[in-house]
Design a binder for this molecule. Structure first.
Ligand SMILES: NC(=O)c1ccc[n+]([C@@H]2O[C@H](COP(=O)([O-])OP(=O)(O)OC[C@H]3O[C@@H](n4cnc5c(N)ncnc54)[C@H](O)[C@@H]3O)[C@@H](O)[C@H]2O)c1
Ligand SMILES: [Zn+2]
Length: 389
């Protein structure tokens, strides 16, 4: 018998930039990031989400002008396609991404630039990660949620078998450019909702950030640009720090602090056939796991209410009627989601609860009766507040 174990060490740059007006003449960030590798002129193919193209009618021509003004790149045009959750439901958009990469002969030394929300980035990112086993991908997230969370992450994917992100890969993007110009055109409620991931990351990593979010909740509700941008930037950095320094960027272990509140969220999205947005579902999931943390003696009721209050102040839900959907055995379907969450991760069920505000703790089982109490508490909490007001 013979054999050898090799250790393959990788050092990967995760380049994240914050800017405004990346495609304006004189903004050098993108051209500096896309250094051609010296062998030849690098191709650049841009995928632009339709909703963003509609919100910024001059963007397409601006991108063309930008690349006309910098040397070292062979600009292959802008392809506009549909985004939002629908683009992850099947393979239509993915196939068009592969078609574009093939038609323009984009190779592993070329760049795919993707401009859009989290769903569009997930699909184009998967297309880029699988074409030629991975072409370079530069992400331009255009929503609050994608700028403060998913855009700086290292995952992509589409839905399959009625489950979120069943098909997908881990792929560190070549670069991420958070251009704040894109942040202010989504409908107001959706723009606000994306802050839920900032609340989440603050709760599991950074008490000072949570307190800052509490202090600025009114300004955030009003979507004051400077405050929104600061929240987004701080959240993006916290997410990136966890990925780069947390010791498990590709989630091979069971612990996933950035998925706080997500086990219930993913199931609620599925139960509602994705009518409940990811952000709303995460808010309900955060509320549930926060109150569970209190009911199991980890945090105080007062601290749990601080979390519920900030979610409400941002206009986010604590409860959804999807909780009432039950299977043949009378069990809540959301609770069955725990098993799917474990399957998706593999290994032992691991759910993060709050040990304190700003600090998480992994647990390996949840008590169904306590979950019931928490769901009822959150449903009533919102109503009580409304009565009080
Ligand atoms: N890959 C990851 O690590 C990761 C992490 C978290 C979430 N996600 C995924 O991200 C998706 C949610 O992302 P999202 O919240 O950005 O939603 P989204 O991509 O569905 O975008 C929300 C809506 O805003 C529109 N839009 C996008 N940019 C706009 C702009 N600048 N102006 C006006 N409208 C705009 C979209 O067309 C869509 O209708 C989910 O599919 C979720 O699973 C992925
Ligand atoms: Zn999320």
């Amino acid at each position: 018998m013979s054999g050898t174990d090799y250790t393959i060490s990788l050092e990967i740059q995760h380049r994240i930039r914050f800017t405004r007006g990346a495609f304006e003449r004189g903004n050098g960030i993108l051209a500096e990031l896309l250094e051609s590798d010296g062998v030849k002129v690098a191709k650049v193919l841009v995928f632009l989400e339709q909703a963003v193209a509609a919100a910024f009618p001059d963007l397409e021509s601006q991108i063309g002008d930008y690349f006309a003004g910098v040397s070292g790149f062979d600009f292959r045009g802008v392809r506009v396609d549909v985004g939002a959750e629908d683009c992850k439901r099947d393979e239509k958009v993915l196939r068009r991404v592969w078609d574009g990469i093939e038609e323009e002969k984009v190779d592993r030394h070329s760049y795919v630039v993707c401009i859009g929300g989290g769903a569009f980035l997930d699909v184009v990112g998967f297309g880029a990660a699988t074409a030629h086993r991975g072409v370079r991908m530069v992400r331009f997230p255009t929503t609050t949620l994608s700028q403060d969370d998913s855009g700086v992450g290292v995952k992509n994917g589409i839905n399959a078998f009625g489950k979120k992100n069943w098909i997908g890969s881990f792929a560190v993007p070549y670069a991420v450019v958070n251009d704040f110009e894109f942040l202010h055109t989504q409908p107001e409620n959706i723009r606000r909702d994306g802050l839920v991931e900032a609340v989440k990351v603050a709760l599991v990593r950074d008490l000072a950030f949570f307190e800052w979010l509490e202090e600025h909740a009114d300004l955030l509700y009003e979507l004051k640009a400077a405050v929104l941008e600061e929240a987004v930037e701080r959240s993006a950095i916290q997410h990136a720090e966890h990925i780069a320094k947390g010791g498990d960027p590709f989630e091979t272990g069971s612990s996933r602090p950035l998925d706080f509140g997500h086990w219930a969220a993913h199931k609620l999205e599925q139960i509602t056939d994705f009518k409940l947005s990811h952000a709303e579902a995460v808010s309900v999931g955060l509320a549930l796991d926060t109150v569970y943390s209190w009911r199991t003696g980890r945090i105080t009721e007062e601290d749990a209410q601080r979390v519920l209050n900030i979610l409400l102040k941002l206009g986010l839900p604590l409860y959804h009627e999807g909780f009432e959907q039950r299977g043949v055995n009378g069990k809540r379907e959301v609770v069955a989601g725990l098993e799917e969450f474990r399957e998706h991760l593999g290994g032992e069920l691991t759910v993060l609860l709050l040990e304190d505000l700003g600090k998480g703790e992994d647990v390996h089982e949840l008590d169904e009766a306590v979950l019931d109490e928490c769901i009822e508490y959150n449903a009533a909490y919102r109503n009580e507040l409304l009565v009080r007001v």
